[in-house]
Design a protein around this ligand. Structure first.
Ligand SMILES: [Zn+2]
Length: 265
């Protein structure tokens, strides 16, 4: 019986791995993009309805978020089209919103819905630093990190046959898994953290988009140093989802020469 369960789980996992074109690596993927994009989109609309979206076009911060977001997305589009991967972005519908919320946080949902909280603008000192943040969040989306966290939480929470029935009836679980992955559900502070590996990947691709968008990627260093120095009491949500430590700064510095190759002033 045990053997049969392992066989079922094993075959499901093999069938459930997809290659991410950006990294060329195989990823765990128990949920389809269609399903995730669709559910993410409706949850995003609900979130906007319940939140204080700053929609004043003349607001300088709104203008900055829109400007930086669009430049980052242009950079992503160029990178993908230069490598004949443009079709990977077909289902993305990019949006950029600034939300009145003191939490130091920002996210990009699967499918390209970018939300910046006013709280994070108290941490960023320059437009380039905001580009680093948005570039990082967009990378999490492009690299399917949310989907992997969702798939992993399904695996962790379920075992054996329960898993196969959950996968068969997974659409009902998608919503709660997205809530867990992004912490945008009703229960604050429940978001799962990204792993260190995901953070490093998001940092590195984020620096490439930042550089291609015309911002100096070196500005990531003072930003993350400031984030590190701020107490975790001040910025709980962002640190919960983005575990960080001194090694991160070292890794960013080490990657900087590669990112600078993409920098066009
Ligand atoms: Zn992150």
């Amino acid at each position: 019986m045990k053997y049969l369960l392992l066989l079922i789980i094993g075959s499901m996992l093999i069938a459930s791995c997809a290659v991410n074109k950006l990294t060329g690596k195989s990823q765990l993927s128990l949920l389809s993009d269609d399903e995730i994009f669709h559910t993410s989109d409706s949850m995003y609309r609900d979130y906007l309805k319940k939140s204080k979206v700053i929609s004043t076009r003349s607001d300088v911060d709104v203008q900055m978020v829109q400007r930086v977001g669009k430049k980052i997305v242009q950079a992503v589009n160029k990178y993908y089209s230069d490598r004949n991967m443009q079709s990977q972005l077909n289902n993305y519908r990019w949006e950029y919103q600034l939300v009145q919320d003191p939490q130091v946080n920002a996210w990009c949902m699967p499918g390209g819905k970018i939300v910046v909280y006013t709280g994070i603008l108290t941490m960023t000192k320059t437009e380039a630093e905001l580009a680093v943040i948005i570039g990082h969040e967009v990378s999490h989306a492009l690299l399917n990190h949310g989907k992997q966290r969702m798939s992993q939480s399904m695996l962790l929470n379920l075992g054996g046959l329960a898993l196969s029935s959950a996968v068969a009836d997974k659409s009902s679980r998608t919503k709660s898994n997205i809530e867990l992955a992004y912490g945008i559900g009703t229960q604050v502070g429940l978001a799962l953290p990204f792993s260190r590996k995901h953070e490093t990947e998001a940092d590195q691709y984020g620096l490439i988009w930042t550089a291609m968008a015309g911002y100096n990627p070196n500005e990531a260093i003072p930003l993350w140093e400031r984030m590190n120095n701020a107490s975790s009491k001040e910025i709980p949500e962002f640190f919960r989802t983005h575990p960080t430590e001194v090694n991160r700064i070292r890794a960013l510095r080490a990657y900087m020469p590669q990112a600078m190759k993409f920098y066009r002033q």
